[in-house]
Design a protein around this ligand. Structure first.
Ligand SMILES: Cc1cc2nc3c(=O)[nH]c(=O)nc-3n(C[C@H](O)[C@H](O)[C@H](O)COP(=O)(O)O)c2cc1C
Length: 340
């Protein structure tokens, strides 16, 4: 456990709910602070460094959950997702995402068009950086006006907390190139990720940041001691897919303007479920967003992750169902192989 992994490893907090079988309500694990804590403790014991706390209309509030989990764990860091305009920049921190749903943005009284959401996100991240590094900030922007607010307590990370960003469009790439410490990709072919990393570094070079930006994969994990067991678990997880409440939200996400969501839908439709011997799109049919899974025995899972490292990634933000058990298995079976 002491030899530190030269990769940045995160696990996902299922504030949207957890399950062992999509579409079978009796297998759902209801949202609760107790379950989120169980998942987070399993991830901490497995050797993960941070938890990704998502935001959506159906997730529990990210800030409340993150604060609770931070107080209940020893070392775990919290990566809180942030949609533009959701919380005023004088109070928050940060996985920058524009949000998938125009419908939700409209419902919540936020800026609706994706271009405008990114425009607001850019103003927001620039304002946050100033608020954390300067005194008496005066800002008269398109979306925010502040006049010397007091920002207390001082941020623990100096000069400010790192920003992550998840999004697949040109606007996402541009904001990430300027501001992210880590750009997150949803699952895709390693070759395609390698191309995107080259392109992103060129973009970052325009801002003198080609060496300041890192890349990480947001993937699902289905790992069992044998490959056969892993595929059986994968099939069982989505056996009732069409009855899942989430299946409808997958369709909605695929129709949204989100390039990342459109790509997930395209992979799911065009390649069948097996993209490669160990990359599987099954979960994209039942869960919007990060659906591509690495399926296999521990050696196969580790080898697949290392292909992404070869492509240029230096970290992973992972999840699996149910989230506590998969984190425990990953820590026991895969972390030692990655360390080696
Ligand atoms: C790694 C990653 C994490 C994301 N997390 C969230 C999230 O927590 N909540 C959400 O509404 N959208 C999330 N998104 C989706 C983005 O909001 C979505 O991709 C957005 O529409 C950006 O549009 P674009 O892909 O066209 O740039 C995430 C995307 C990625 C790649």
């Amino acid at each position: 456990m002491n030899n530190k992994l030269p990769l940045s490893m995160g696990w996902f907090c299922p504030t949207i709910g957890d399950t062992t079988a999509f579409g079978d309500p009796s297998k759902n694990i209801p949202q609760s602070l107790e379950h989120f804590e169980k998942v987070t403790r399993a991830a901490e014991d497995a050797g993960f460094e941070y938890m990704l706390i998502p935001v959506s209309a159906v997730c529990w509030d990210a800030w409340v959950v993150a604060s609770y989990l931070a107080s209940r764990t020893e070392k775990m860091k919290m990566l809180v997702a942030l949609k533009p305009g959701h919380v005023h920049p004088v109070v928050h921190y940060i996985n920058l995402i524009a949000g998938v749903s125009e419908k939700d943005a409209y419902a919540e009284g936020l800026v609706v068009a994706k271009e405008d959401r990114y425009d607001q996100l850019l103003e927001e991240v620039e304002l946050m950086k100033r608020l954390w590094t300067e005194q008496n900030v005066e800002h008269e922007g398109k979306y925010f006006q502040v006049h010397g607010p007091k920002i207390l307590p001082k941020t623990f990370q100096q000069p400010h907390p790192p920003f992550f960003l998840g999004g697949g469009s040109e606007q996402a790439a541009e904001i990430s190139a300027k501001h992210s410490t880590t750009h997150l990709f949803w699952g895709d072919y390693p070759e395609r990720i390698a191309e995107q990393i080259v392109e992103m570094r060129e973009r970052a070079a325009k801002y003198g940041r080609e060496n300041d930006i890192n890349f990480a994969m947001r993937l699902q994990i289905i790992c069992r001691e044998t490959e056969e067991e892993a595929w059986a678990a994968a099939d069982a997880l989505i056996a009732g897919a069409e009855n899942s409440d989430l299946a409808a939200s997958v369709k909605l996400a695929a129709q949204s303007s989100s390039v990342a969501s459109q790509r997930a839908a395209e992979l799911s439709k065009t390649v069948g479920r097996k993209m490669t011997p160990h990359l599987w799109t099954g979960i994209t049919e039942v869960r919007p967003g990060a659906g591509v899974a690495v399926v296999g025995n521990p050696e196969q899972v580790a080898a697949q992750l290392l292909e992404f490292v070869d492509a240029g990634c230096s970290g992973f933000c992972l999840s699996g169902y149910p989230h506590d058990e998969e984190a425990e298995r990953f820590g026991r079976l895969v972390m030692p192989l990655l360390r080696r």
